[in-house]
Design a binder for this molecule. Structure first.
Ligand code: TYD
Length: 259
């Protein structure tokens, strides 16, 4: 129980919306093995962590709020989660359950538990909508991505954009190596991918599917609905050197790559 605690996550305040991040080797006391988001909770339901593997876990209220009760046989502690930048770390071996969900609640859970298979990713454009593992349960819905079990890459970082004001756009940049799964866990937004020769725009509005974005894609997000939350699962921890932030530089980079 001593290790059980809140962890304050970075909150990058920006007039184009806020961003928080959790990543291996930085603010996470374990390595990401799997991630899950739970939503559409039925009124009065409780959700036990037994579905999620029982290893070290980090619980975040991405939207709305709920209560987490943690037990270790003798004592029980209760925590209110209602901010996307305050995570609850639950070390392995403790049983916990979520309850008292607000109507818009989305619980994001990172777990040290991994999967054990692997599926290949094959697309030449560098962007495609992929269905994720979804399980409608009695209590609500859960979508999950386990490293080594259907995930196109091992997730080492998760970040999310929230409180994006109407009319703002985000993310006009490309990455040299980073692969990402982009999910609208709440609301909707558009994401335009540009490989230097062709542009495609996708509308994301379902928590149970993701847009898989390969490296070398210029990406722009806009058209955020009120309250929308964009969750990104990323293949690498944050590295400023992996960004290309100038469009002309991006076109030059693609020219070199395609030689
Ligand atoms: P950025 O990826 O540049 O988003 P956008 O292109 O939409 O502005 O991130 C915004 C800021 O947050 C930037 O200063 C870098 C910082 N940041 C981190 O420190 N870690 C992260 O994982 C991410 C995604 C961003």
């Amino acid at each position: 129980m001593e290790q059980l605690r809140f962890i304050e996550l970075p909150k990058m305040l920006d007039e184009r919306g806020n961003l928080s991040v959790v990543e291996n080797g930085a603010n996470l006391p374990f390595e990401i093995g799997g991630s899950a988001w739970l939503y559409d909770f039925r009124d009065g339901e409780k959700w036990q962590n037994k579905h999620l593997g029982g290893k070290d876990e980090l619980v975040i209220a991405l939207s709305g709020g709920f209560e987490v009760k943690v037990e270790d046989g003798e004592c029980c502690k209760s925590f209110n989660l209602n901010r996307p930048y305050r995570a609850l770390y639950v070390p392995k071996g403790l049983q916990w359950q979520m309850s008292n969900f607000t109507t818009n609640a989305v619980a994001f859970v990172l777990s040290a538990e991994k999967g054990d298979g692997r599926s290949a990713c094959d697309d030449d454009f560098g962007g495609k909508i992929v269905p994720l593992n979804n399980a409608p349960c009695l209590q609500g819905r859960i979508t999950f991505v386990k490293n080594g079990d259907g995930a196109p890459f091992d997730v080492k970082r998760a970040y999310y954009l929230y409180d994006v004001p109407a009319g703002e756009s985000r993310g006009a940049h490309a990455h040299k190596a980073l692969k990402q799964l982009v999910v609208a866990v709440v609301g909707s937004f558009n994401i335009t991918l540009d490989d230097g020769a062709e542009k495609r725009t996708y509308t994301l509005n379902r928590p149970g599917e993701a847009l898989e974005v390969g490296p070398g894609m210029w990406r722009t997000l806009d058209g955020f609905s009120s309250g929308a939350i964009c969750l990104v699962l990323a293949s690498e921890v944050y590295t400023a050197a992996d960004y290309i932030r100038d469009y002309d530089e991006f076109l030059e980079y693609k020219k070199q790559q395609n030689k």
